[in-house]
Design a protein around this ligand. Structure first.
Ligand SMILES: Nc1nc2c(ncn2[C@@H]2O[C@H](COP(=O)(O)OP(=O)(O)OP(=O)(O)O)[C@@H](O)[C@H]2O)c(=O)[nH]1
Ligand SMILES: [Mg+2]
Length: 217
């Protein structure tokens, strides 16, 4: 194993919003104008180094790409429980895809009680296709208000030009890594299950792919 963390993210949102294009842009730096709708589920991978407070961690990112089409819904929602964070995409030139954001969040919440890592996972909302400014229907203000209402981070992205694509993934990674660090800190508090006894020396924590990333302690 030549990485410190295996992190699983999942992209969701309406068919045509640009999930597959976004992930290809992120992992390969390429973009294809042709629309080949995803059948079921797919994934892409990327290695990166996460730096925080002077430490470097080697991260293996697994990016699950779900089909937006309704007919695959029962298959794709089964993958929600293993994801540590979510990229929720809508198309800035398509009002319906924006209105569906609420439904996608409801489906995420339905999966919460069976979620393997956390009851309240981190979500970055991406208003995609921001390169198509002349076709834009959803204003940045409107999208930001929605993101705020649902407690999501928001970025305008373009899978075509690459604008904010890496930033969206890195923002999500930062949230997830902070959550994990908090979970470890909580576990190490005196008197907590698995933590050092009062008076014990501070332990050296070696971090491996987490089993519990929920930072609410
Ligand atoms: N101009 C522009 N076109 C985009 C962008 N992202 C995706 N597209 C185009 O939009 C279409 C749909 O993109 P996909 O990435 O296949 O959409 P998807 O969300 O994966 O769709 P499903 O697999 O059906 O759920 C394709 O023709 C892409 O080339 C973008 O940021 N800008
Ligand atoms: Mg797709």
């Amino acid at each position: 194993m030549d990485y410190d963390y295996l992190i699983k993210f999942l992209a969701l949102g309406d068919s045509g919003a640009g999930k597959t294009s976004f992930l290809y842009q992120y992992t390969d730096g390429t973009f294809n104008n042709r629309f080949i709708s995803t059948v079921g589920i797919d994934f892409r991978e990327k290695r990166l180094v996460y730096r925080s407070q002077g430490h470097s961690q080697r991260v293996h990112l697994q990016l699950w790409d779900t089909a937006g089409q309704e007919r695959y819904r029962s298959l794709t929602t089964a993958f929600y429980r293993d994801a540590m964070g979510f990229l929720l995409l809508f198309d800035l030139t398509n009002e319906q895809s924006f209105l569906e954001v609420r439904n996608w969040l409801d489906q995420l919440r339905d999966a919460h009680h069976t979620h393997a890592y956390c009851e309240d996972p981190d979500v970055v909302l991406c208003g995609n296709k921001c390169d198509l400014e002349d076709k834009r229907i959803i204003s940045e203000q409107r999208a930001k208000e929605t993101a705020e209402k649902y407690g999501l981070l928001y970025l305008e992205t373009s899978a075509a030009t690459g604008q904010n694509v890496s930033r969206a993934v890195e923002m999500l990674l930062d949230r997830v890594m902070r959550r994990m660090e908090m979970a470890v800190d909580c576990a190490m508090l005196p008197g907590r299950h698995g933590g050092p006894k009062p008076g014990a020396q501070e332990a050296n924590v070696i971090l491996h792919p987490p089993h519990s990333t929920c930072g609410s302690c």
